[in-house]
Design a protein around this ligand. Structure first.
Ligand code: AMP
Length: 130
């Protein structure tokens, strides 16, 4: 979702199906897809359909309900794909590793106990992210 005259961000183009991605969850206002360069066995990017917020600070200040919805979607994906325990990372600013200035969270987790890969432990440092 873009404003008039605004170039669509990478994530808006994924949401519009212009760039292929493995989409794992969608609501009216949120979309989640697998990260193309996973840093953990479960690594899902969760973003807003609107690209009007560049980072989580702007989103929290201007639409806290949408931030809460994003977190709820993350928790739902973690419950499905993992054991419900997870890290949620919002890189905020270039020096912090943010490369796409369209607010998004990284959901990082281990696969659930029933998964063929890994176990359900979430040991300290096991999900180091950048
Ligand atoms: P950040 O560095 O926090 O801005 O996160 C941007 C994330 O987008 C990185 O983890 C990238 O691996 C991921 N990414 C970039 N292009 C794609 C794509 N086409 N499909 C899925 N994830 C992507």
């Amino acid at each position: 979702m873009t404003s008039p005259g605004q170039e669509p961000s990478l994530f808006s183009r994924i949401a519009a199906r212009e760039i292929p991605a493995t989409i794992v969850a969608e609501t009216d206002r949120i979309i989640a897809f697998e990260d193309i360069a996973p840093q953990a066995p479960v690594h899902v990017v969760i973003t807003t359909r609107t690209q009007q917020y560049r980072n989580v600070v702007e989103l929290a200040a201007e639409d806290p309900g949408l931030l809460a919805e994003l977190v709820a979607v993350a928790a739902g994906i973690a419950a499905e794909r993992s054991n419900g325990q997870f890290r949620l990372v919002f890189n905020t600013g270039q020096a912090a590793g943010q490369t796409v200035f369209h607010v998004h969270a990284h959901l990082l987790a281990q696969p659930g106990p029933g998964s063929p890969v890994g176990d359900d432990s979430l040991g300290e440092g096991s999900l180091a992210f950048r």
